[in-house]
Structures are given as structure tokens and as C-alpha cells.
Design a protein around this ligand. Structure first.
Ligand code: SIN
Length: 294
């Protein structure tokens, strides 16, 4: 369904998630009514792109603040020195050092789900997008956690009701280190500088829309409280596979200047690493603190 408003247009994608905003100039300060339209489009469509919106780090941080309190990522070496709310994601190396995180988003996840109050909204702005012969690489895929919940059998919903699962940054760190080799494997002691696990309900209620969402992340969720390890592993595997079913997916094909925003309760996301240097990808990201999941 197309909704046209005087200042800009919102066009939704076919499927459970995704919409595009065109004709919006973020260089002009946004009045509250316009911002409210953007925010409600985000909660309606879960993933929304504003086109042609290349931001400087301070501009990105400033727009992000309209949604709430920006989070400062625990991986300090990947944040922007002057504007630490901005986190760099790239495959580029400068003066022998990686520019930002080289292996961000490689698993299905919801941003900062390892914290007691995970991100509610993420804003990701494309500065360089890998292209060759007219083909674009490095898409970001999204899974509708709401539709995934709705499609669970009644039996499975009953089994999951009230269960909580551990979401671990430390678990993710070494999983990525072993699988991709783009970060060092850390000892238990070294991992202690990062946050401990956060326990979250597997079936989460969206704090704004009230919709139920499936909230387990392949990249971070590693144990269901109160279950034997084998039962927990099997159930998590079933849920990860369920979330990634094609009927729940939306694939964002990037253009330089895209400012993509997503609702981390309603969707999970995963980067596509189908390119390498000399193709370059440079993105800047802000995440906004959410509420404690219930
Ligand atoms: C992320 O996981 O926040 C980044 C996704 C991407 O780079 O496509």
C-alpha cells in the first residue's frame, strides 16, 4: 500500500517487512510531526530506508538521538573517536589497522541482545557499497520475528512460553574468532572485559506494538535456562532454522547514501559476505537503547 504525504513518500515492500522513504532531506531540521511519521513507519514496517542521505558521524548521531539514547559499543576500537556513538563496519584496512568491525553481522541476530536492555532501533548509513559490473554485493537480510512467532505451532508456543535464554557477547566473540579468523581467540580471562550473558524471554512482547516476537539469535543465544544442554541445543537449532525461512525474509540491496533503520525486536538481521577487496564496503551505525525485554 502506498502512503503519500506532502513532504516525502513512504512505499512499502511486498511481504511482512520493509519500506522506502524518498524525498526526505535530513539536512533540513525535522519537525516533531515529520519525525513521528518516520518513527511510526518504522514500527509499521520494521525495516525502513531513507534514500540519498549520506551523513557525517555527528549528523548520524544527532538524527539517531531523535529515537532515544545512542549506545556506545563495547568494541571501542571500532567506534568513531570524536563521536563514539558511531560504530564502523567495513572490510577496509587503513595504515595496517581494520577500519571498524570486519566481521559484523555474520550471524542472524538482534543488535546488542547481549545487554539487559538491547537496542530498540539501529540506523546504518552506507558510505561505500561494493559493486562490480553493475552488480551490488553485501546485502543485509532481515527476518520478521513477528511473522516467525505467528507461524510457530501452538504446541511450540506453549513449550516456549516462560522460557528464557542466555545471550552472550563472550560466546559470540570466540564463535566468530574460530569461524572467520578476523578477530583473536580470547581466553576466559580476556573475555571478562566484555559484558556477561543476558537472560531474555524467548517469546518477547514488542514494547510499542504489543506484537509477540521470537527472540533468539543464532549469533548470541547459546543456552536455554533450565533445559539439559542437548535439549537446549536442539530447540535452539529448530528456532534458528525457523526464523530464517524464506517467507519471513526481506533483503536490502544497498545504495550509497542509504540510511537504513530497523526495529530490533520485530526483526533480526544478517550481513552477506559475498565480496572481498578490492571491493570496499564502509558503513556507519548507531544503535539506540531499548527497554528490558518482557
Ligand atoms: C549489523 O549487523 O549491524 C551490520 C549488518 C551489515 O553490515 O550488513
Amino acid at each position: 500500500m502506498d502512503t503519500t504525504v506532502p513532504k516525502f513518500a513512504i512505499r512499502s515492500e511486498n511481504g511482512p517487512i520493509g519500506a522506502e522513504i524518498t524525498g526526505l532531506d535530513l539536512a533540513i531540521p525535522l519537525d516533531d510531526a515529520t519525525f513521528d511519521e518516520i518513527e511510526s513507519a518504522l514500527y509499521r514496517h520494521a525495516v525502513v530506508v531513507i534514500r540519498d542521505c549520506l551523513q557525517t558521524p555527528p549528523q548520524l548521531a544527532s538524527f539517531s538521538r531523535r529515537f532515544g539514547t545512542p549506545q556506545i559499543n563495547v568494541r571501542a576500537e571500532a567506534t568513531n573517536a570524536e563521536t563514539p556513538e558511531v560504530f564502523w563496519i567495513s572490510n577496509i584496512t587503513k595504515d595496517g589497522q581494520p577500519v571498524g568491525s570486519h566481521d559484523a553481522g555474520r550471524y542472524w541476530h538482534s543488535d546488542l541482545c547481549y545487554l539487559d536492555a538491547p537496542s530498540k532501533v539501529t540506523l546504518l548509513n552506507a558510505i561505500e557499497v561494493p559493486t562490480r559490473d553493475g552488480m551490488v554485493f553485501g546485502d543485509t537480510r532481515f527476518a520478521a520475528a513477528t511473522a516467525a512467532y505467528d507461524a510457530l505451532s501452538d504446541d511450540l508456543k506453549r513449550r516456549l512460553e516462560g522460557l528464557r535464554a542466555a545471550n552472550g557477547y563472550r560466546y559470540m566473540w570466540n564463535k566468530k574468532a574460530h569461524e572467520f579468523g578476523l578477530r583473536p581467540v580470547l581466553s576466559e580471562e580476556e573475555l571478562e572485559r566484555y559484558p556477561p550473558d543476558a537472560l531474555h524471554p524467548i517469546l518477547r512482547t514488542h514494547p510499542v506494538t504489543g506484537q509477540k516476537c521470537l527472540f533468539v539469535c543464532e549469533g548470541y543465544t547459546h543456552r536455554i535456562e533450565g533445559l539439559e544442554a542437548s535439549e537446549s541445543d536442539e530447540l535452539l537449532r529448530t528456532l534458528f532454522e525457523h526464523l530464517a525461512k524464506p517467507e519471513f525474509l526481506y533483503r536490502h540491496k544497498w545504495q550509497v547514501g542509504d540510511l537504513l533503520m530497523w526495529d530490533n525486536c520485530a526483526v533480526q538481521h544478517k550481513a552477506t559476505s559475498d565480496f572481498e577487496l578490492p571491493l570496499r564496503r564502509l558503513m556507519q551505525r548507531c544503535t539506540i537503547e531499548g527497554t528490558v525485554p518482557f
